[in-house]
Design a protein around this ligand. Structure first.
Ligand SMILES: *[C@@H]1O[C@H](CO)[C@@H](O)[C@H](O)[C@H]1NC(C)=O
Ligand SMILES: *[C@@H]1O[C@H](CO)[C@@H](O)[C@H](O)[C@H]1NC(C)=O
Ligand SMILES: *[C@@H]1O[C@H](CO)[C@@H](O)[C@H](O)[C@H]1NC(C)=O
Ligand SMILES: *[C@@H]1O[C@H](CO)[C@@H](O)[C@H](O)[C@H]1NC(C)=O
Ligand SMILES: *[C@@H]1O[C@H](CO)[C@@H](O)[C@H](O)[C@H]1NC(C)=O
Ligand SMILES: *[C@@H]1O[C@H](CO)[C@@H](O)[C@H](O)[C@H]1NC(C)=O
Ligand SMILES: *[C@@H]1O[C@H](CO)[C@@H](O)[C@H](O)[C@H]1NC(C)=O
Ligand SMILES: *[C@@H]1O[C@H](CO)[C@@H](O)[C@H](O)[C@H]1NC(C)=O
Ligand SMILES: *[C@@H]1O[C@H](CO)[C@@H](O)[C@H](O)[C@H]1NC(C)=O
Length: 260
């Protein structure tokens, strides 16, 4: 059981849906999405719609990118579509493409004819817009969710979590590059509770913007004393659990492992 909270600065057409598709398959579960109504809709057979289709199919057919960050623009002038797909830093290229492919299908169904939309899965996120969205730090729309179960020692747990998130934020923003800004690590809380966490920014952000985004995101969850939580914004996301949910080896492939 989890509570889901979202904060909105714009108006959204549908949304605040919390969907868990629990399939036994390797299909990643869909977490949340927003159809951003500010940018309006496109007509059924419009050039924008065709461009969006082309862009999204290119995103998922690109086999050259192996670092989990896809950013593409397609089309001209008012029909230009900008898209970003990003996978969690430990996800392999094949699984990444298939995650983005699944979100493409779901997101375009959930936000039909919407010029701008964003969706988050466990292992990837996808967004597109007619606005230029590259290199912009955006913390809205934001949503966060917390497990209802309390840690056994809330004060100490919060302290350990805060330190862990601070460390990971430093690593992701400072040691990341334009391909990946990601960090994963664990820390021991009292009573044999271990906290496992990943933090990630879109790598088109500057170090400063990545840091700012993660600090703001962390502030939504870090004093709750709950055993698991997540925050997602267009530019960064954080997740922590009381179990290991990410792959260790590939996180340590590029950068020295944070020994937390
Ligand atoms: C879109 O194009 C298809 C095939 O060209 C056509 O059958 C359909 O009527 C068109 N729809 C609209 C809303 O124009
Ligand atoms: C998408 O892929 C097609 C075919 O591979 C290619 O012609 C086109 O240039 C690509 N478009 C973009 C935006 O990469
Ligand atoms: C993407 O999903 C569609 C529809 O589910 C499927 O037909 C297609 O093969 C998938 N493409 C890739 C690259 O996984
Ligand atoms: C996006 O489309 C909306 C109308 O649907 C328009 O008002 C807005 O100016 C467009 N934005 C850009 C950057 O073209
Ligand atoms: C968790 O702790 C809060 C106080 O911090 C308390 O109100 C709540 O009942 C606790 N929840 C559970 C499930 O124990
Ligand atoms: C996509 O991102 C890469 C790496 O951050 C950057 O070098 C490239 O210019 C971006 N492409 C577009 C179309 O913005
Ligand atoms: C995580 O917390 C849940 C709820 O308290 C508990 O049932 C589960 O055993 C914990 N998992 C681990 C690995 O400690
Ligand atoms: C915690 O992180 C350290 C350093 O990366 C790693 O060596 C260790 O195996 C991790 N612990 C668990 C239980 O995953
Ligand atoms: C965070 O990093 C600092 C310095 O690198 C270290 O002293 C501290 O133990 C780390 N905190 C956690 C929770 O791992």
């Amino acid at each position: 059981m989890a509570v889901v909270v979202s904060s909105r600065l714009h108006s959204y057409a549908c949304c605040l849906l919390f969907i868990i598709i629990s399939q036994a398959s390797a299909q990643p579960s869909f977490v949340n999405h927003f159809c951003v109504s500010d940018e309006g809709r496109f007509a059924a057979n419009s050039t924008y719609g065709t461009n969006l289709k082309t862009l999204l199919s290119n995103l998922t057919s690109n086999t050259q990118i192996d670092y989990g960050f896809y950013n593409l623009s397609y089309g001209e002038n008012s029909d230009r579509v900008n898209g970003i797909g990003m996978c969690r830093g430990d996800v392999k290229p094949d699984e990444c493409r298939s995650c983005i492919n699944n979100s493409r299908v779901l997101l375009t169904q959930l936000c039909p004819n919407q010029k701008e939309a964003i969706g988050w899965y466990d292992k990837c996120m996808l967004r597109y817009s007619n606005r230029s969205i590259f290199g912009l730090m955006e913390t809205s729309p934001l949503f966060y969710t917390l497990e209802l179960v309390n840690a056994t020692d809330v004060d100490q747990f919060n302290q350990v979590l805060e330190n862990l998130l601070r460390n990971l934020t430093g690593i992701a923003s400072a040691s990341g590059d334009s391909h990946r800004k990601y960090a994963a690590g664990n820390a021991s809380a009292p009573n044999i509770e271990t906290i496992y966490s990943v933090v990630q920014c879109t790598p088109d952000l500057s170090q400063q913007d990545c840091n700012r985004c993660l600090v703001e995101a962390a502030s939504r969850i870090e004093n709750s004393g709950k055993i698991s939580g997540r925050v997602a914004t267009p530019s960064c996301n954080i997740r922590y659990e009381n179990y290991s949910f990410y792959d260790q080896p590939s996180t340590t492939a590029d950068a020295p492992a944070p020994s937390l």
